[in-house]
Design a protein around this ligand. Structure first.
Ligand SMILES: C[S@@+](CC[C@H](N)C(=O)[O-])C[C@H]1O[C@@H](n2cnc3c(N)ncnc32)[C@H](O)[C@@H]1O
Length: 425
């Protein structure tokens, strides 16, 4: 974890600091590298720590440009930027925090809720969520325990034109009024790796549920790998998995008036804002069977929410194994954003010579290798196939671990009759 002193943070938000960051950005934009820019900063800025912080802020600002429209005015640290919510995801999440769970496609929110709901944003970091929640129409109190971050946070809110209160306090002990809604965005990285365990979130998820369970509504942003059926969530929490394009970006625990009635798990596809939900425990699992005409991969958010059997039942699918969320159908399923279907061209033993022979006969365009629970040395496979590693393309060799064996399934993007196949690249 990086540390910045309050004095350095105060200098960064001063006119001198702003000028130094702008100069460092100009230098980097002109093609100078970080070392040269830092050396130049040392000559311009009396305190070495200030100069280093200005260069770090400049590097982070340049990285933030393509995601943050206000980047040129904002101050980031390297970790602060890595931890900040994606602005589109934050804006979408903020709508529910402000308008409640009934808002979605075809169910528009009132423009300006009156009176504006009060939201406490705990672990506010550098303000990505605070800005989004305030812009969605709430009165926001931003709580952050790191004193230097509080200084940068106040700056970022001010330059974003957001009128929110900043409080330096601990999310575990701050007293939130019972009529307010609470949003917690815990740190979810430790030593560069993503955590999964709810206790490893900072602040920890269990303590947030205990301490702020009395709030009118509670939303805790979680690592996407968490288990919706973890007992810590109890009966009165909805865990929503959020997918942006092809990536699973986060999960959110919703409670109180922010939870959709009776929902225990849900999946949302952004940017479209499509949503599916289940109430109560997962439904029955699909039967397991042999590959049919199509291989069906359900959207990862729906798989995490354990909605894949339900989605598969709707298209007459079966599973390829008890443990994998990989489905197959006997005819092209209708187009849907909830899955991708690929035509099965061949099912082979998962041995390179056998697959190589098939490839030599069929001579398809470049293929990619995709592993489904199959432990393979991919480089050795390509070597044995006598081809350079290629992909993605219309063709795939999908190595699938089943319950008692494994198979190589050669698939191809469907060309119109089934689900649409976006270029996975
Ligand atoms: C993932 S970051 C928040 C990012 C923020 N939502 C944004 O979009 O910019 C988590 C923040 O929680 C803060 N934090 C961790 N534990 C805390 C605690 N017990 N009390 C208050 N803040 C805490 C960290 O300092 C960090 O700034």
């Amino acid at each position: 974890m990086e540390t910045m002193t309050v004095a350095t943070a105060r200098w960064l938000v001063s006119d001198d600091g702003a000028a130094a960051v702008a100069a460092a950005v100009r230098s980097l934009d002109a093609g100078e590298d970080e070392l040269t820019t830092t050396a130049a900063m040392r000559r311009q800025v009396a305190v070495a720590e200030h100069g280093a912080a200005a260069v770090t802020a400049a590097v982070a600002r340049r990285r933030a440009r393509d995601r943050w429209p206000d980047a040129e005015r904002l101050l980031f640290t390297r970790h602060g930027l890595e931890e900040a919510s994606d602005p589109d995801v934050a804006a979408w999440r903020a709508r529910r925090l402000v308008h409640g769970p009934g808002v979605g496609p075809g169910r528009e929110a009132a423009e300006d809720p009156y009176p504006p709901p009060e939201v406490w944003d705990l672990g506010a970091g550098l303000g990505g969520d605070t800005v989004a929640i305030a812009r969605a129409g709430a009165r926001v109190t931003a709580v952050e325990h790191d004193p230097a971050r509080c200084v940068l946070l106040a700056h970022n809110l001010a330059v974003s034109g957001v009128d929110a209160r900043v409080v330096r306090d601990d999310a575990g002990s701050v007293v939130v009024p019972a009529h307010a809604r609470v949003h917690v965005d815990p740190a979810r990285r430790r030593e560069g790796r993503r955590v999964r365990d709810l206790d490893e979130h900072r602040p920890p998820v269990g303590s947030m549920l205990r301490v702020h369970g009395h709030a009118a509504g509670l939303a805790i942003t979680l690592a996407p790998g968490v288990d919706a059926d973890d007992p810590v969530f109890g009966e009165d929490v909805e865990v929503e998995y959020v997918q942006l394009g092809g990536d699973l970006v986060e999960a959110i625990a919703w409670r109180g008036d922010l939870r959709a009635p009776r929902v225990t798990a849900s999946a949302t596809l952004l940017p479209a804002g499509l949503r599916r939900a289940r109430t109560g425990p997962r439904g029955p699992r699909l039967a397991v069977g042999d590959p049919g005409s199509h291989l069906v991969e359900v959207a990862v958010a729906a798989v995490r929410a354990r909605l894949h059997d339900d989605i598969g039942a709707g298209i007459g699918a079966r599973r390829l194994s008890v443990r994998r969320a990989l489905l197959t159908t006997d005819r092209p399923p209708p187009a849907s954003p909830w899955y991708r279907a690929r035509r099965i061209e061949a099912v082979l033993p998962p041995r390179p010579p056998r697959v190589r022979r098939w490839l030599a006969d069929a001579d398809p365009a470049p293929v990619e290798l995709v592993l489904h629970g199959f432990d393979a040395d991919v480089t050795a496979w390509w070597r044995a196939l006598g081809r350079p590693p290629r992909g993605p393309s219309g063709w795939r060799i999908e190595l699938v671990r089943r319950d008692d064996d494994a198979i190589a399934v050669i698939t191809r993007a469907d060309d119109g009759s089934g689900a649409p196949e976006a270029d996975p690249s």
